[in-house]
Design a protein around this ligand. Structure first.
Ligand SMILES: [Zn+2]
Length: 242
């Protein structure tokens, strides 16, 4: 049985993830600064339009932050072993999204100097913005080192079946597919084709999958049926053991 692979993000992936996280933090910092400004200067009957504009800008910043944060987690995921860290790292975008609006929402409704119409409009827009920021920040499918490791091992088994027990594949920097054939139509003639194991493609690019065209071609040329690919032997053993 071939040895099991263990995912560990490449130094380049870690560096890129760090950069995404820094930009995310920066976006949230500006969003919070915008919120403080809105609280101090824009809660009023005359400034309602500016308050709404500020809410929209804060919302864009919050969503930008959580999008970058999720990207970073896909390159350099957390381990499931530490449940608390895993939760916070993956749902940090949702937490920041709510924090970018919650104080503003409370202070709009508590303000005694604005009339009830202003309060109703500004308050409901701020609540909707908070919900959008919070929900879009939730990671519904949080990546983990363990999940990546499992995927890599499953995919490596399949590639070995397709490729004469060899897990050497090809990929380009753009896109998330890797290829069994160097002359596959999707990468033929492209600059900067990398050759390496399935594991390496995950470690350098995050989530990766086998090119469908290459899979179909390998199955056709090498007489491999769907059934051969369904569940690799090593996994059947695992299921029996459980
Ligand atoms: Zn291909």
């Amino acid at each position: 049985m071939p040895e099991k692979q263990q995912f560990e993000a490449s130094p380049e992936s870690k560096a890129k993830a760090k950069q995404f996280r820094l930009f995310a933090l920066l976006a949230w910092l500006v969003a919070i600064a915008g919120q403080v400004f809105a609280i101090l200067k824009l809660i009023g009957d005359e400034t309602l339009v500016y308050l709404i504009i500020a809410i929209v800008v804060i919302l864009i910043l919050a969503i930008t932050g959580s999008t970058l944060w999720k990207k970073a987690n896909r390159l350099d995921p957390a381990s499931e072993k530490d449940k608390i860290k895993f939760f916070i790292q993956n749902q940090f975008g949702a937490i920041m999204g709510v924090l970018a609006f919650l104080p503003l929402v409370i202070l709009i409704f508590m303000n005694k100097d604005v009339d009830s119409k202003t309060k109703g409009i500004a308050g409901s827009i701020a609540v909707i913005a908070m919900l959008i920021a919070g929900i879009s920040g939730i990671d519904f499918n949080p990546p983990s080192i363990e999940q990546y490791t499992e995927q890599i091992n499953q995919q490596t088994d399949i590639v070995r079946l397709l490729n004469y027990d060899n897990d050497s594949v090809y990929w380009t920097q753009s896109g998330n597919r890797y290829h069994v054939f160097e002359d596959c139509q999707h990468i033929r003639g492209r600059e900067g084709i990398t050759n390496g194991t399935v594991e390496l493609s995950w470690e350098e690019k995050g989530i990766s999958e086998l090119c469908r065209t290459c899979q179909a071609r390998a199955m056709r040329e090498r007489n491999i049926s769907e059934m051969d690919l369904e569940i690799p032997d090593s996994e059947i053993e695992e299921i029996i053991e459980e």
